[in-house]
Design a binder for this molecule. Structure first.
Ligand SMILES: *Cc1c(COP(=O)(O)O)cnc(C)c1O
Length: 424
């Protein structure tokens, strides 16, 4: 592919090509409409509520919330002190501490497994929407699910989330892991009875191989991170829950108190789903993604308009990063297209800064997150310091702004590995 014309016509894409940190502001924000609605988000939320009695029984760490999988929202004023140039308040959305898999994948991944289980069980006449879904763990129902296989391609966290949930319900499950996946994630899954298939290739290839294998088996269902609307809606529910948390904590969001969300991006499903939900729920909101300088697949796809037709390799970038959840070379085409009218921008980050932020958060607030999640802190930094960022916020009421740093993962990282991150 000849990328010269993109680099010459666009200084941001030149920065990307030169592996410089940068901020891209989406010129298409506000143009056109999205193809899903609030009703779809509410449908997903209600499905999760139907499953709460089952989740409650299967996952003890959801007992306190009655089987609802949700993470804390915590103000982090001491961390904020490190960002002198940024106005407003900092909050951490702690998906790093979500039940089941300790990452944002416990939203979309778990949701799609549950939706598939519900579809199968309704078709089989085991339940209807009014049933107590906890009967699904009865032996005879588990025997039914055992006949079905769920497959997924993953850099790690999606595999953890889908593998753990599927195995608990009784499904056979195969996780196709790319070369970036950490050993402890594979070990943990195998311990839970999940079949882990390892690839020497990258994430896109793991997805492709998994999809092919699944297509050849009529009793197999492939969860497709590059195309799935179901995963997407599972993530979007987060916005409705965030609204409740704001209410509980007395936090106001309106044009006098604008909301900024910063969320690390890999293939785009998780941040895209959250972006959609946030824009449906909060009028005065602005959503930014963050990607590593070596794998800014969504930035390249959206800024060139080629979406999934272009890969970071075309920009001569390696796709390699310590942020394993973000090590994706080609963005979801579905998501890139979908968020075109609703995403505010994307900034990029150098790997060493991931560890700087990770340590800063530990020292200031005693909270541990993984490198991928730490990328979120690049969001406000670039928004308040890059010329295009300053331009974006110049007419907004920033003194009262609310900044949500979306901590996408962390608490399943083994102690020894976290210590390595903290000492990196
Ligand atoms: C998966 C993941 C992301 C990004 O989600 P995508 O859907 O791949 O864009 C960010 N952070 C962590 C920790 C993740 O596991």
């Amino acid at each position: 592919m000849d990328i010269k014309k993109y680099i010459e016509g666009n200084p941001i894409l030149r920065d990307v090509y030169e592996k410089k940190e940068t901020l891209w502001i989406n010129p298409h924000l506000g143009e056109g409409e999205v193809s899903l609605s609030m009703e779809d988000i509410i449908d997903a939320k209600e499905r999760l509520e139907r499953f709460a009695p089952l989740i409650f029984k299967l996952f003890p760490d959801t007992r306190e919330s009655g089987g609802i999988i949700e993470s804390p929202l915590r103000e982090i004023p001491k961390m904020k002190e490190n960002f002198k140039s940024v106005k407003g308040r900092f909050f951490l959305k702690m998906d790093s501490h979500l039940p089941i898999s300790g990452s944002i994948k416990a939203r979309g991944g778990v949701y799609e497994v549950l939706k598939y289980a519900e579809d199968l069980a309704i078709k089989e006449g085991i339940i209807n929407h009014e049933s107590d879904y906890s009967i699904l763990i009865e032996e005879k129902n588990r025997d039914f699910f055992k006949k079905h296989t769920i497959q997924v391609g993953s850099t790690g966290n999606l595999g953890l989330s889908i593998g753990i949930t599927s195995a608990q319900i009784g499904f056979k499950v195969k996780v196709h892991m790319s070369n970036d996946a950490r050993q402890w994630k594979k070990d943990l899954l195998r311990e839970k009875g999940v079949e882990v298939v390892e690839y020497r290739e990258d994430y896109s290839m793991a997805v492709k191989k998994g999809r092919e294998l699944s297509e050849g088996d009529p009793l197999s269902y492939f969860i497709d991170d590059e195309n799935s609307k179901t995963l997407f809606l599972g993530y979007a529910v987060a916005a409705l829950r965030l609204k409740e948390q704001f209410k509980e904590q007395g936090i106001k969001v309106d044009s006098e108190h604008p909301l900024f969300i910063y969320i690390p991006c890999g293939v785009g499903g998780a941040p895209g789903g959250v972006n959609f939900g946030i824009k449906e729920v909060f009028k005065a909101s602005h959503v930014f993604f963050i990607e590593p300088v070596n794998s800014p697949c969504m930035l390249i796809g959206m800024a060139t308009g080629l979406n999934s037709e272009i890969s970071v390799k075309d920009f001569n970038l390696s796709g390699k990063t310590q942020a394993d959840g973000l090590a994706v070379g080609r963005a979801s085409g579905f998501v890139g297209e979908f968020i075109r009218p609703i995403l505010s921008g994307i900034s990029t980050i150098h790997d060493p800064k991931l560890f700087k932020y990770l340590k800063m958060l530990k020292e200031s607030e005693d909270i541990e997150i993984e490198p991928s999640a730490a990328a979120a802190f690049m969001g406000p930094e670039s928004l308040f310091n890059c010329p295009l960022g300053k331009e974006y916020i110049k007419n907004l009421n920033m003194d009262n702004s609310i900044h949500i740093l979306w901590a996408t993962g962390g608490n399943m990282v083994p102690r020894s590995e976290m210590d390595e991150f903290l000492n990196a």
